[in-house]
Design a protein around this ligand. Structure first.
Ligand SMILES: C[C@@]1(CC(=O)O)c2cc3[nH]c(cc4nc(cc5[nH]c(cc(n2)[C@H]1CCC(=O)O)[C@@](C)(CC(=O)O)[C@@H]5CCC(=O)O)C(CC(=O)O)=C4CCC(=O)O)c(CCC(=O)O)c3CC(=O)O
Ligand SMILES: NC(=O)C1=CN([C@@H]2O[C@H](COP(=O)(O)OP(=O)(O)OC[C@H]3O[C@@H](n4cnc5c(N)ncnc54)[C@H](O)[C@@H]3O)[C@@H](O)[C@H]2O)C=CC1
Length: 209
């Protein structure tokens, strides 16, 4: 299995979705929300994805639209047609809804918590379990984790100015992560106070250096 997780910047990328049934529609929505231009090939597309900015084109011009695209989602229920499109698109990024292993791109289940994006992929073994695992993971991530993330971002920026050596910066970030006062402040939702606390610690750090 050669799959590895990556994040693609989809803003202004061109996505061709061949067949906007249940799966094609889901993919179209995902890419539209990420800022891509989406063309649907086929006979139908829901009002919702057209409103979101997708346009519907005839399958007769498939090779032209494949050439136009950066990424092709193949999601019709017609296996022969899917194979034909895959043949045209063999030099592109391709997501195959019917035979994932014949494509080179997976669209995993994913969710955002603030700026954190979490994805689950079961290697194609069980999409249903990918969905279940997503729901379980969503439950265990707490508000204080997100506040810690904000505090780490704040601290990293301060440290970049003050501490030259990356290894020293890393060790300082771990200290903040494991600091009991910080833990308590974040549990109580006091991000601003935690920032003040970190700033004071950093002042002391400057004195030590
Ligand atoms: C490989 C992959 C495609 C890719 O992206 O390249 C793929 C492939 C296939 N799925 C099939 C079926 C189902 N898919 C779902 C649901 C989801 N499928 C998703 C992803 C993926 N599905 C990719 C990675 C999967 C992985 O993690 O391994 C999710 C997670 C994300 C998303 O699609 O947005 C989304 C949940 C969204 C959420 O979290 O809410 C359900 C459940 C339901 O409908 O409720 C069922 C029915 C139950 C079942 O089969 O499990 C079949 C037909 C099998 C057949 O013919 O029987 C194939 C094709 C095949 O397996 O050959
Ligand atoms: N990746 C995934 O998560 C899943 C994949 N699948 C697989 O993906 C494929 C599509 O699944 P669904 O979206 O659920 O099916 P669906 O039946 O909801 O949608 C299929 C779409 O293909 C279009 N279509 C069919 N024949 C066509 C043709 N000759 N020309 C143009 N358009 C044509 C239909 O109009 C429809 O819009 C199936 O092969 C299925 O096994 C199914 C469920 C989930």
């Amino acid at each position: 299995m050669g799959w590895t997780p990556l994040f693609l910047e989809m803003r202004d990328k061109k996505v061709l979705v061949v067949g906007a049934g249940e799966v094609g529609e889901r993919r179209a929505k995902r890419f539209l929300k990420a800022g891509a231009h989406v063309v649907i090939l086929g006979n139908t597309a829901s009002e919702e994805i057209i409103d979101l900015g997708a346009s519907l084109k005839s399958i007769d011009n498939a090779s032209k639209w494949v050439e136009w695209s950066d990424l092709v989602v193949i999601a019709t229920g017609d296996h022969n047609l899917n194979e034909e499109i895959a043949h045209l698109a063999d030099y592109k990024l391709v997501n195959r809804a019917d035979y994932p292993q014949k494509g080179n791109l997976i669209v995993p289940t994913s969710f955002f918590i603030e700026d954190v994006q979490i994805c689950v992929f079961t290697g194609g073994k069980s999409p249903l379990m990918a969905k279940q695992l997503r729901k379980k993971i969503q439950k265990v991530i707490k508000n204080e984790d997100i506040l810690q993330l904000e505090l780490q971002d704040f601290t990293r920026k301060l440290l970049k100015d003050k501490v030259k050596d990356q290894k020293d910066r890393r060790s300082y970030l771990y200290k903040i992560l494991n600091d009991k006062t910080v833990e308590k402040l974040l549990k109580d939702g006091n991000l601003n106070q935690a920032k003040v606390y970190v700033e004071e610690l950093l002042l002391n750090l400057n004195k030590e250096v």
